[in-house]
Design a protein around this ligand. Structure first.
Ligand code: DGI
Ligand code: FE
Ligand code: FE
Ligand code: FE
Length: 187
């Protein structure tokens, strides 16, 4: 699918703010794909559609998680996690994208997972460092991403986990697994 067509489809699903974020993720992800040797077309489509389900009603997302037999654990954790697996499902069903690499990059863009692919890492990191992100520590991860994608990924996971701990929030097991995998096996 061409970029302009994909952007038109996703624009209808998002707020203006989230659409601008999506463009930022797309440009950042393509830069990382050029640098680390990923397929540019798959990267472009993964980035464009990564937040496709961000604004679906919670009850609709919950129903899809139950019907599609996604991890029931999702329902016990922050509902912010739901748009990633639900997005992968809806992008296949509604947009007609069937490439498993793209769908997995969407599915795991919020939590990560152990043994995640290069494309999954690129989308995770691009989502974290795109130019519209302005939280403490983001500049350090931007610099790390120019040196090592895995170092950038570890730092963004550390930051995210510490952020959740400080807010007394639960950390989703896949997030911890991703961090442990990178630290123990070096990606
Ligand atoms: O959709 P975006 O805002 O672009 O970014 P995202 O898909 O990475 O979602 C971030 C949200 O998900 C943020 O509100 C924190 C939440 N989140 C991410 N990882 C975890 C998490 N919440 C819990 N409880 N546990 C996690 O491991
Ligand atoms: Fe997201
Ligand atoms: Fe993220
Ligand atoms: Fe995002």
């Amino acid at each position: 699918m061409e970029r302009d067509k994909a952007l038109k489809i996703v624009e209808k699903q998002l707020t203006e703010h989230r659409y601008i974020h999506t463009i930022g993720v797309m440009e950042t992800a393509i830069h990382l794909a050029e640098k680390y040797g990923e397929n540019l077309k798959k990267t472009e489509l993964s980035a464009i559609f990564h937040d496709y389900a961000k604004f679906r009603p919670k009850d609709v997302m919950k129903q899809i998680i139950i019907e599609q037999k996604f991890s029931p654990l999702l329902l016990e954790y922050n509902s912010e996690l739901w748009h990633a697996p639900v997005g992968a499902f809806l992008v296949e069903k509604e947009v007609g994208i069937s490439d498993a690499d793209i769908l997995n990059a969407i599915k795991f863009h919020t939590s990560g997972r152990s043994h995640m692919s290069l494309l999954e890492k690129i989308i995770y990191v691009a989502d974290y460092i795109e130019p519209g992100r302005h939280f403490p520590g983001v500049e350090e991860v931007r610099e790390l991403a120019e040196e090592s994608l895995d170092k950038a990924l570890i730092k963004s996971l550390q930051n995210s986990i510490m952020f959740l701990l400080k807010k007394n929030q639960a950390v989703y097991p896949d997030t911890i697994s991703t961090y442990n995998w990178l630290v123990l096996e070096g990606g």
